[in-house]
Design a protein around this ligand. Structure first.
Ligand SMILES: Nc1ncnc2c1ncn2[C@@H]1O[C@H](COP(=O)(O)OP(=O)(O)OP(=O)(O)O)[C@@H](O)[C@H]1O
Length: 246
């Protein structure tokens, strides 16, 4: 099977403090891989290394076949990224944001127009196309931010708590977009604090104090921990955590 992310003893230290402590995992192509952990567990730190935004202290990792020490620029070209504070421009219109991000990622102009129109239709944003993004409800912004993050058809999309602050129905609709992307062959690496979302992932990796404490499908994890929900699994793992949120 094609491995799009491989981590081998990946470590990131700040001074003597190991924010990410020798983590190992592999993510398969087309997989929806959930990355869970309490506040301060090390999720964002690990994700930043995998996105080519910071260097590890030791260990190895490859993303889309590229090395995190030597090939950060190639990694950036082959991934999409969406954070909690997603990066849409609020004072540009929906259409202008699509054009802008398509351009940044080097999508040819004619292609941006064609795929941009298809995207507007598929999101049902025809009437909002010329509206400023700042005027859209949060749920729409999140859907648009996700669509823009995968507009250049990357191999992997990294989502850092993408659905913070929206209601369960909107979250569910957002996850339909995630499933569509995965069905189209994009690997999804997602952090979340919502345990209903954890259940939607193909596999879950739970970080506790910078270390991988569990890694399996939601159903296997529930059976291993003799738990009826991912919430319970998470609680059993995270209650021993020493780190507290900042
Ligand atoms: N630049 C830095 N210098 C020192 N310590 C840092 C730095 N960045 C992060 N840390 C520490 O590393 C640990 C992991 O932080 P990180 O943001 O990766 O956690 P997280 O799992 O993403 O948490 P959250 O769910 O709150 O976003 C925390 O204890 C944090 O204080």
């Amino acid at each position: 099977m094609d491995k799009v992310i491989v981590c081998r003893n990946l470590t990131k230290q700040y001074g003597n403090f190991k924010a990410v402590d020798s983590i190992n995992f592999e993510v398969n192509a087309g997989e929806i891989f959930g990355f869970l952990g309490a506040n301060g567990a090390g999720k964002t730190t690990a994700m930043r290394v995998l996105c080519g935004l910071s260097y590890p202290t030791s260990g190895e990792a490859w993303v889309a076949g590229f090395n995190v020490y030597h090939q950060q620029e190639q990694i950036k070209k082959h991934i999409g990224y969406m954070s909690q504070k997603f990066s849409l421009y609020e004072n540009l219109t929906v259409w202008e944001n699509i054009q802008f991000y398509g351009g940044i990622y080097g999508v040819p102009h004619a292609e941006i127009r064609k795929r941009g129109r298809e995207l507007i239709v598929s999101l049902g944003l025809e009437k909002e196309m010329k509206k400023l993004v700042g005027e859209l409800p949060l749920g729409w912004k999140q859907k648009l931010a996700f669509s823009v993050a995968i507009f250049h058809q990357p191999r992997i999309v990294f989502l850092d708590e993408p659905t913070g602050g929206v209601d369960p129905l909107t979250r569910r609709q957002f996850w339909e977009l995630i499933y569509e992307a995965a069905a189209g062959g994009i690997t999804v690496f997602v952090t979340t604090h919502y345990m209903d979302e954890a259940e939607y992932c193909n596999r879950i990796c739970v970080l506790v104090d910078g270390r991988v404490e569990a890694l399996d499908t939601p159903s296997k994890l529930k059976s291993i921990f003799n738990a009826s929900s991912m919430e319970e699994v998470f609680y059993q793992l995270a209650r021993g955590a020493k780190r507290k949120s900042d």
